[in-house]
Design a binder for this molecule. Sequence first.
Ligand code: HEM
Length: 203
Amino acid sequence: MLDVLLSEENREEMEGERIQRLSLDLFAAGIDTTTSTLEWGMAELLRNPRVMEKAKAELEEAMEKGKPVEESDIARLPYLQAVLKETFRLHPAVPFLLPRKAKIDVELGGYTIPKGAQALVNVWAIGRDASIWENPEEFMPERFMGSEIDVKGRNFELIPFGAGWRLCPGYPLAMRMLLLMLGSLVTALIGSWLVELKQKKWT
Ligand code: HEM
């Protein structure tokens, strides 16, 4: 990215301070969000052995033995995708999104939000709302299997990247990185589990 920002063709538009601010924005917005989601995903897999076994089985079936997960494999891993959506539902990295300001008086659900008021969207609470989700406290990726719900801001019950004009611009990158990292970690567990099993047989 720095190569592009520093390139000759961007020289006029991109002076040092601008590059600094842009980099700060991207680092601040893109790092903790991604790592905390990955940590929660792995934590949920470890405390839900049933889900972990299903994720491992899917990877073992879809992947050639010993081959690392690549971006092109992701489409063949619907259960892993569902695991990530379920992680976003229970552990959104930005639980109140970014604050909004009402431009005009708005009537919403019987309430008036006056012009100029700051509005926070409680994505964390939406993800655990029992009127939307069955057994909301349970980590159950199956709820997303065969479902049309995605995280692109079109389904308001699941908006970990926000929605509308301010939708996270990093979401395609984040989705790719997270599925790749989660898939790689689970694959690594399959590997070490196989090694352990072999060692047990030999001793
Ligand atoms: C799990 C990963 C991530 C999550 C959950 C996440 C979530 C969000 C959310 C909720 C917003 C505010 C959207 C709104 O209020 O409607 C946002 C904004 C933003 N995100 Fe992400 N994000 C992630 C990763 C990334 C990455 C990897 C990058 C860039 C490399 C990035 C860059 C940004 C930027 C620049 C904004 C501000 C956009 C604006 O103000 O118009 N994010 N993100």
